[in-house]
Each structure stands twice: as structure tokens, then as C-alpha cells.
Design a protein around this ligand. Structure first.
Ligand code: HAM
Length: 418
């Protein structure tokens, strides 16, 4: 049979791994709900303008990475490349526009047409949060501290938090002037992408990864000095709160983040296990204009990459949650025994027991092997002679002890013992 691989940059998640996925999702739900967040599920595709307008037409994601198609009526739809824009679109239908704070979290697949590599997928999964409707430094600090708390609860120690401020719209022009004056002097020594960025989006020069650009970027003058006093004070308040909350962080003026919607605080989290180039989480404060809305909505949030969190957990040898083990394995020899076992399994499963059983004709030896593999604590055996005597044998697997139980008492016995 031909081997069918999933499309490049996608993957199947088999039951052996999905326990770890569920562990992360459950941990997130538990930690986030302690901060008052509730789950929001939005569609996996949206009208394209939700992302174009939300993320900014100049961003790499919008320009190069979106999976866009037309519906039957000719409207342009896009598979969501991230969660924030869709969440904001959904929340405009609530009373958030009147200043009521909304705290939501989400998890699910996101789609970006990137070149696949280790930790970079075309369908990847995020666990994220958005706190929408308000703007305050302490809200940003609380959000970053919650991410820190989530990572620790998920068994991820040693994460490195880097933060920066992007100021507000009015801070950008003077800061860009400082950067432009400096970089235009050095642009001939820089990579071709940076030459384009100088004209189109000078901030993106700061996160260029090309070797030749590093010394030039490292010596760039600080643009923070040209930010307003309010913006500087806002950032100071975020840093002071994080220190009081015991969240270790470093500050880097090179952190600008790839999406256009950010203002004030931005942050990214990396881990030595994956290196500095691969972020396990990123986020910040933003203002998002949505189609039909005149005023932008303020918010702060982050998203973690689930595949990357799992890679770190593996590198740290974090304990993998136990796969669900059967409480009892039912062995049946002969059609009548198998039918009785199927009915018994149905009753026990409805009572919440985890039951595995063989429903095809197989030898006793093969069924016993399967029972051992299932790691069930008990095995029930019903062969032809047990059927004739209206009994079953119940075997305790750890010490091999066994007893005969009459059919009429079987259900009660198993519910009490397994
Ligand atoms: P982002 O930095 O584009 O931010 O993505 C967040 C995280 O998603 C990254 O740190 C990374 O772990 C993961 N990720 C991104 N692209 C891929 C990929 N191709 N393969 C695997 N993992 C990936 C956002 O998406 C913002 N919406 C975060 C946010 C929420 N900002 C405010 N609120």
C-alpha cells in the first residue's frame, strides 16, 4: 500500500502524543480561568479583510503567508493565520466596545504558508489569550505573569522572557527619524531585505537575522529616548510590576514583533532547548481596527506555539501524562462469549469504566497478549466451559490471583473491584 504522508508542514497527532496536547490544553484552561478568562471558539476561516485590516497589509503574514480562497459567492476568505484578529471580530459583537473588559482564551489550529522546518509548520496550533477593552500597564504585567505561571505549570522551566515597548502611534515618527538617520548611513553594508525595509517598514530592520546586519543593528542609537514621557512611564510601570511579581525578564530594543497592531508593551519567550530564533510564545498590547469600526479596540494578549512547547517539554524530559489504561480487558472465546462481553462492556463503560475487549475470533494466547499490552489491572475470561457454567474468571493482573464469579453477580462484582 502506498504511504500517504500529510501535506508538507502538517502532521497527524496520534493517541500516543495527544495525551500531552490535552495536558497542555487542560493546564491552560485551569491557569487562565484563575485569572478570570473564559474560552472563546471562533471560526477557523474569516473574511480576508479581518486579517488584512487587523494585522496590517504590510506584514509578512498578510503579504506572503495566508491561505486565501473564494467562497461560492466570490467573497474572499482566509484560513486564520493567528487568533487575535478573529477574537476581536467576535468581541465587537459584545459590549466590549462600551469599555467592558473581556478576558478570553482559545486554542486551535492556525495556518501560515511558511517554509516548513523544525518547529515551523503550515498548520500549527496556538494556545492564546486576549484581554480586550482596557489599557493599563498593570494589565500588561498581569498578562505576562499569567504566561509565566502557565509555562511553569506546564513543566516548562527556564523560559527566557524578553520585553520591549513600541510606544504609541505618535511616538513612531520621531523614533523612525532617529533610526532612518542612522540606518541610511549604513544601508549599503546591509542585506537586500533591509534595504527594502528602510523604505517600507524601518522597524523590521531591528529584527533582521542576517549576519552582516548584526553589528550595525547592535550599534543603532536608542529610539526610546524620543518616545513621549507617558509612553516611557508606561513601560517603567510594566517592568516594575513584573519585578514585584517575580517574573524574570530582559529588555531588548530590537524586539519589534512581526505584526503591525502592537503598541506599548511587546514580549517574546524563548528557551535554550530550541535556541533564540524559535519563539515559544509572543504577544503584547495592541490596538485593532476592525471593518466597520471607527475607533480601535485596545487589548493585550499572547499566543504560545503548542508544537514548540511540546518540543521543549521533551527536551526537558518533562513527565508525559499517562495514556488512559483500561480498567479491565474482556477475553471471549466463541461467538456467544463475545456477545456477552460486548453487553457487559457497554454496561461498565456507561458506569465510567475504561474497558478493552476482543470482538473477533482470536486464540486465547493472542487475547492474553493483548490484555497484557493494554496494561489493564484486571482481565475477565469467558470461554465455552465458563459459558456453560454461567460464570466468568476474573484475574487480577499484578499478582495473578483469580476467582470465579457467577454471571448474575458479575456486574456488581466488577463495579466494586475494578
Ligand atoms: P506570533 O508571534 O505570530 O503571534 O505567534 C505566536 C506563537 O505561535 C509563536 O511564538 C510560535 O510559538 C507560534 N508559531 C507561529 N508561527 C508558527 C509556525 N509556522 N509553526 C509553529 N509555531 C508557530 C501571534 O500569533 C499573535 N496573535 C499573538 C498575540 C496574541 N498577540 C497579542 N495577542
Amino acid at each position: 500500500m502506498a504511504a500517504f504522508a500529510p501535506p508538507p508542514g502538517t502532521a497527524d497527532i496520534f493517541p500516543a502524543e495527544s495525551g500531552s496536547w490535552r495536558f497542555l490544553e487542560n493546564t491552560a484552561a485551569k491557569v487562565f480561568s484563575a485569572y478570570g478568562y473564559g474560552e472563546l471558539r471562533t471560526p477557523i476561516f474569516e473574511y480576508t479583510e479581518v486579517f488584512q485590516r487587523g494585522l496590517g497589509g504590510e506584514t509578512e503574514v498578510v503579504q506572503k503567508e495566508m491561505y486565501t480562497f473564494e467562497d461560492r459567492g466570490g467573497r474572499s476568505l482566509t484560513l486564520r493565520p493567528e487568533g487575535t484578529a478573529g477574537v476581536m471580530r467576535a468581541l465587537t459583537n459584545t459590549d466590549v466596545a462600551n469599555g467592558t473588559e473581556q478576558r478570553v482564551f482559545y486554542y486551535g489550529p492556525m495556518f501560515r504558508g511558511e517554509r516548513p522546518s523544525a518547529g515551523r509548520r503550515r498548520q500549527f496550533h496556538q494556545i492564546g489569550v486576549e484581554n480586550v477593552g482596557r489599557c493599563a500597564a498593570l494589565i500588561d504585567a498581569e498578562c505576562i505573569a499569567m504566561l509565566h505561571n502557565f509555562l511553569i505549570s506546564a513543566g516548562i522551566t527556564g523560559a527566557v522572557f524578553t520585553i520591549n515597548t513600541r510606544g504609541v502611534a505618535a511616538d513612531r515618527a520621531p523614533a523612525e527619524a532617529v533610526l532612518r538617520e542612522y540606518f541610511s548611513k549604513h544601508i549599503n553594508e546591509m542585506c537586500p531585505d533591509c534595504r527594502t525595509r528602510l523604505e517600507r517598514n524601518i522597524w523590521r530592520i531591528l529584527d533582521c537575522k542576517q549576519e552582516c546586519c548584526q553589528p550595525i543593528i547592535d550599534s543603532a542609537p536608542s529610539y526610546l529616548d524620543s518616545f513621549s514621557e507617558e509612553s516611557k512611564a508606561y513601560f517603567e510601570e510594566v517592568k516594575a510590576a513584573l519585578t514585584r511579581l517575580n517574573v524574570p525578564f530582559k529588555v531588548s530594543s530590537r524586539l519589534v514583533r512581526g505584526l503591525d497592531y502592537y503598541v506599548h508593551t511587546v514580549f517574546e519567550v524563548t528557551h535554550d532547548a530550541l535556541g533564540e530564533q524559535i519563539a515559544i510564545a509572543g504577544g503584547g498590547r495592541y490596538e485593532l481596527f476592525l471593518p466597520g469600526e471607527k475607533r480601535p479596540l485596545p487589548g493585550v494578549g499572547f499566543a504560545t506555539g503548542v508544537e514548540r512547547l511540546l518540543m521543549v517539554r521533551e527536551a526537558l524530559n518533562a513527565p508525559v501524562p499517562d495514556a488512559a489504561k483500561a480498567d479491565c480487558y474482556l477475553i471471549g472465546l466463541g461467538a456467544a462469549a463475545r456477545m456477552e462481553n460486548l453487553i457487559l462492556a457497554d454496561t461498565l463503560r456507561k458506569a465510567g469504566k475504561n474497558i478493552a475487549l476482543e470482538l473477533e475470533e482470536r486464540s486465547f494466547k493472542a487475547q492474553m497478549r493483548a490484555a497484557n499490552r493494554s496494561q489493564a489491572a484486571y482481565t475477565l475470561i469467558r470461554g465455552e466451559s465458563e459459558m456453560e457454567q454461567h460464570i466468568a474468571i476474573v484475574k487480577k493482573m499484578d499478582d495473578g490471583s483469580q476467582c470465579e464469579v457467577a454471571d448474575k453477580d458479575l456486574e456488581k462484582y466488577l463495579l466494586e473491584h475494578i
